[in-house]
Design a protein around this ligand. Structure first.
Ligand SMILES: Cc1cc2nc3c(=O)[nH]c(=O)nc-3n(C[C@H](O)[C@H](O)[C@H](O)COP(=O)(O)OP(=O)(O)OC[C@H]3O[C@@H](n4cnc5c(N)ncnc54)[C@H](O)[C@@H]3O)c2cc1C
Length: 408
């Protein structure tokens, strides 16, 4: 290619993350070019059709709790029609004693109003959600078909250019602009600003410009089970989503009376193999028993009817990496969404757009972002000396692995 197109803003990666960011930039009146190695949007981890979303309410990192609350509200308002609000119940962990007043106070301390999260004892939970276990009812919890949502975000728009089947193998900075090059060193595109939303592939792309990121793959398999209408499981199947050790969607009854039920997911650290595994289905059957507190249920009655296998990308500290790469002006990262693709992509769209367009920080504060939250997500957190010198150059970019508590 002798005359590569130049764009002010290019987004690399058309999964839910890149698509949401591109869409937000369009909403802000910008022209955007999105480029992906695949021949269409959402072919990798974002081909997921059965993902759930709710604010995190477990004990743990206070920043994670604050961030998921903001992200949930952003996600809820973003996906409108596609947002499948069926509610999500989070049962009390088996080993924990349930004190309703204590849990209610705790939820209040997280800034979660009763319309977002409410503590229920087993009787109330049975009445409201059909599940006879104590826990927290997240009535606005929902599921989203990430594949459809990503594709809807990239529908034709006069200011949107989609470049498919184009793998960016490396980046190079020359004459004040970023060059996006393929494997044979041809320049595919050039841009003033580049948003990199390529999940685990962000690692090799960043190493092409001397930045090392602590990213790793975590394989996951979700199982689609079929249950006969007269099987004892049929009486136990939930009409809401459940999130605990694993998660499930509300069961759907089909025309022939049988049920279809999605239960996930395995969590295979460091693995990136996309093949389906019987062992992952076995694991999901055990999770199904746990989620419904139905250990006597026959796992064999959960008949495999399909699955989804994907590779999540996670960072060393389990928080997403979202923000300007201050060591390389003009590069913005949105990766490591882990198991919270819905929440973090909604949050990334606002945060990255604000940074790309150089918004006033007051705008972000209005969305609930405080400086410490922005810093917690920034790529700079992995580089020694970054706090003292935010614009530090490569010589300073030794990766460090923070020892912060791990998110789920
Ligand atoms: C089993 C399982 C269950 C999950 N459950 C949930 C859930 O319940 N709720 C939830 O919110 N999330 C869930 N997730 C996570 C969610 O699916 C992911 O976080 C999300 O899809 C990641 O989106 P992404 O856009 O960052 O990455 P991807 O969807 O992987 O997109 C990256 C894109 O970049 C492109 N690309 C890569 N390298 C290049 C390159 N060099 N040049 C050009 N293009 C490139 C790829 O082709 C791809 O289209 C789950 C994941 C798994 C595996």
């Amino acid at each position: 290619m002798t005359n590569p197109q130049h764009h002010e803003i290019v987004v690399i990666g058309a999964g839910i993350c890149g698509s949401t960011i591109a869409n937000e930039l369009l909403l802000r009146g910008k022209s955007v070019c999105i480029v992906d190695a695949a021949s269409s949007a959402a072919t990798a981890c974002s081909s997921h059709a059965y993902a759930i979303a709710h604010p995190h309410i477990g004990k743990g990192s206070p920043r994670l709790l604050r961030l998921t609350r903001i992200a949930f509200l952003l996600a809820e308002s973003r996906w409108g029609e596609a947002w499948n609000k069926h509610g999500i119940f989070q049962p009390t962990k088996k080993e924990k004693h349930f004190d309703q007043a204590e849990v209610a106070n705790y939820l209040k301390s997280l800034g979660l109003d009763e319309d977002l999260a409410i503590a229920l004892d087993a009787q109330e939970a049975e009445k409201i959600c059909g599940i006879k276990q104590s826990g927290v009812w997240l009535s606005r919890g929902a599921s989203l078909n990430i594949f459809e949502a990503s594709n809807a975000l990239l529908k034709e728009h006069e200011h949107l250019t989609c470049l498919w089947s184009s793998r960016v193998a490396k980046l190079e900075h020359a004459q004040g602009q970023w060059l996006l090059m393929n494997q044979t060193n041809e320049v595919i595109l050039s841009a003033d600003k580049v948003v990199v939303a390529t999940a685990i592939d962000t690692k090799p792309l960043m190493s092409s410009i001397g930045i090392r990121l602590p990213l790793k793959p975590v394989r996951g398999q979700l199982s689609i089970f079929s249950i006969k209408k007269d099987d004892p499981w049929a009486q136990k199947l939930p009409r809401v989503g459940i999130s605990g050790d694993g998660y499930c969607l509300p069961a759907q009854q089909l025309e022939d009376g049988s049920y279809r039920w999605m239960v996930g997911s395995s969590f295979d650290e460091g693995e990136d193999d996309l093949g389906s595994r019987d062992s992952s289905d076995t694991f999901n059957r055990e999770q199904a028993q746990g989620l419904l507190a139905y250990s006597e249920g026959d796992p064999a009655a959960l008949i495999k009817a399909g699955d989804f296998v994907g590779v999540r990308c996670v960072a060393g500290d389990r928080l997403p990496i979202i923000g300007a790469l201050s060591q390389r002006p003009g590069i913005f990262l949105a990766t490591a969404l882990g198991s919270r693709g819905i929440l973090w992509s909604a949050l990334a769209a606002k945060l990255i757009t604000a940074q790309v367009l150089d918004d006033d920080f007051a705008l972000l504060v209005r969305l609930g972002f405080a400086a410490d939250l922005v810093a917690a997500l920034a790529p700079a957190r992995f580089f020694a000396g970054a706090l003292a010198a935010p614009a530090a150059l490569a010589s300073n970019s030794k990766p460090i692995f923070p020892s912060a508590p791990k998110a789920k």
